[in-house]
Design a protein around this ligand. Sequence first.
Ligand code: GLU
Length: 341
Amino acid sequence: MTKLSMHEQLPFDEDATASPVSTGDLPRPDEVRAMVTEAYERYRANVDGHVADYIPVLAKASPSWFGISVVGVSGKSFEIGDVATTFSIQSVSKPFVFALVCDAIGYEEARQRLGVNSTGFPFDSLMAVELNVDRTMNPLVNAGAMAATSLAPGATAAEKWERIRDGLSRFAGRELSVDEEVYVSESATNLRNQGIAHLLESYGRLYFDPDQATDIYTRQCSLGVTVHDLAVMAATLANGGVNPLTGEEVVGRGVCRRVLAVMATAGLYELSGDWLYEIGVPGKSGVSGGIVTVSPGKGSLATFSPPLDPAGNSVRGQLATKYLAERLGLNLFSSAAASRD
Ligand code: GLU
């Protein structure tokens, strides 16, 4: 499979489009509506990528599903496409569980116990080159994510699971529940994750029973969400940890900005650098086709479309997010020259 280049697929020249800069607010609701509709129409016919099938039930997803949701920190939202379709949250759960763990044990201790770097290797490490994909030690790849899950408060597996389910529900502003079909399918095929958990335990880097930690992690990934749920969860991270719909403080401000820092460096698997280069906002993708992006102080964008690129990131989701990040003024690195009088 050829690696998709977002740049090749996006021939417009942002220097010529008067992109909004990264400060200020989202554009007016009617402008957001027009831009999101345009992005949806522009990419819905794209047929690149493949639906994940390494978890058997995920292969049932329709390659044509495509939904986009934008939620501002004011709570105003706009969405289009397959917005009522429920899918499993998968890896998009990871930054939110990390946030809950930081809130519970402190972000400094979380950093010590989980790591927050892209590779975890020194700058001149040959090992980093050899092992980058599997040995990155931060809470957004499986090893660190399972370690984060194992740190969820609670003495028993049931207590830890309830803490995670409840916390993710507070991010979403509604009660989330497990998609049992996904949970059963993933539990039957997650030998690799079980292996990672046992390996971590051997290094003293897992903080609960490895089989139970893997099970809680699998439930966490199987929580059913819509693209709107993802956008509300991400908007909470854009709003200093306060859910803009319910008004509830889910995590503290200091936690929020540190979670976003890790999302910026590691949210899109091994293409996180390309993502930051092109799109310029913290993001997180998952194998069922969800992507969240967070624009601090402005709002969030969530996309859902199951066909993935070889790294496991939704193809339509990346294209629509790139297009909208330019037009909605999300890119954190975007500036324009100040006027000189
Ligand atoms: N539950 C999936 C796994 O552990 C999540 C993968 C993903 O979304 O990247 O393989």
